[in-house]
Design a protein. Structure first.
Length: 206
């Protein structure tokens, strides 16, 4: 599968030592810190040390860890959104369902996501109970585009594309966050993912 993070972005990377390159180093360092000790024990000073830059370089861009974490989450989760048009599916509905299920699997298996859930699950609550984050808005935009294309071709039922996209994201939240609680008594995550595909297909079919 192809993610948005890697589609044509490598060739557009800024030159070495640019501000954007330094930011990437800092985000990489923050990711390493969180994987090692968790977010609550990570400081901007430690991020700067790991990135090999001065503390002021970090503070000028991110005043606190919450700001840095927001950018890291956007980069990490946005890089997992699946939008591969080269699959074997021939209709827009099948492609959308495949991409949605693959994105759910990718987020669930992501080491950074797993570490945050393990040690600092409270960080996710604002994006579940209060407001969507930037990565969620990215997913909504991608879904709305796919839904409109499917509606134009007759593969997806009529309806407000934004409403359908938001409903799909709500359904997928449970499969990202709670699948492990339901994968027991002989049932596997793969089986539950198949049911997610069936749910989305039934919801979107004309």
């Amino acid at each position: 599968m192809t993610s948005l993070r890697h589609k044509g972005l490598d060739s557009a990377r800024p030159p070495k030592d640019s501000a954007a390159d330094t930011a990437e180093l800092a985000l990489d360092a923050a990711r390493d810190c969180i994987l090692a000790v968790g977010w609550s024990r990570t400081t901007l000073t430690e991020v700067a040390r790991r990135a090999g830059v001065s503390r002021m370089t970090i503070y000028r861009r991110w005043p606190d860890m919450n700001a840095l974490l927001g950018d890291l989450m956007t980069r990490e989760w946005g890089g997992l959104v699946q939008t591969d048009s080269a699959g074997t599916e021939t209709d827009a509905l099948s492609r959308l369902v495949r991409d949605a299920v693959e994105t759910v699997r990718a987020v669930r298996a992501n080491p950074l996501f797993a570490r945050i859930v393990e040690l600092d699950a409270q960080l996710l609550l604002p994006y579940l109970l209060d407001r969507p984050g930037r990565s969620q808005r990215l997913v909504l935009d991608v879904l709305a585009i796919q839904i409109r294309a499917g509606q134009d071709s007759g593969a997806i039922r009529a309806g407000d594309a934004e409403l359908l996209a938001r409903s799909i994201v709500l359904a997928c939240h449970g499969f990202v966050l709670s699948t492990q609680t339901m994968a027991s008594d002989g049932l596997t995550e793969a089986q539950l993912d198949d049911e997610l595909a069936a749910l989305l297909t039934g919801y979107l079919r004309p």
